[in-house]
Design a protein around this ligand. Sequence first.
Ligand code: FE
Length: 199
Amino acid sequence: MNPSHRSSPDSDAAIRVRALEAILTEKGLIDPKALDALVDTYETKIGPRNGAKVVARAWADPAYKQRLLTDATAAINELGYSGLQGEDMVVLENTSEVHNVVVCTLCSCYPWPTLGLPPVWYKSAPYRARVVSEPRSVLKEFGTELPETVEVRTWDTTAELRYLVLPERPPGTEQMTEAQLAELVTRDSMIGVTRAVKP
Ligand code: FE
């Protein structure tokens, strides 16, 4: 396996982490519930809010959107988000004709600076296989039904690139501020399994 595909669920590191967690819990040094809460925070709260701000800026500012689509790493860095697993970013724009969805078929590569930690399903073998072979069925399970006229493109994270989906701006949001727009941008919509939330 390519060493740059990090945090494989079956990696040595994962096994060691589980062993450590078990020992620390047994000795009463950590509370597994507190640990779960911490992981959940990075998975759903702190992490994806960065990406949401990037998307909201792109919706509100056409010049920023252009920079984001041309050089995503630099444009994301403008907002202060950079670092490990975000060194080489590519942003994929969803339109009324094309719907992009992201996977790492090898393991669980994910853009940490913009999305935080990957959700469990993203790392699961069924998602990694099925989003390639039957993306429309997978999207349907996430509640995303796309007309046959929309082309679905699945992007496999490569050794170096991390993808972020720029979801379509929902209709009826013309008067909203950037902060309000960011609230419509979910983690799943930036992986591409759902659309942004309608206000
Ligand atoms: Fe990977």
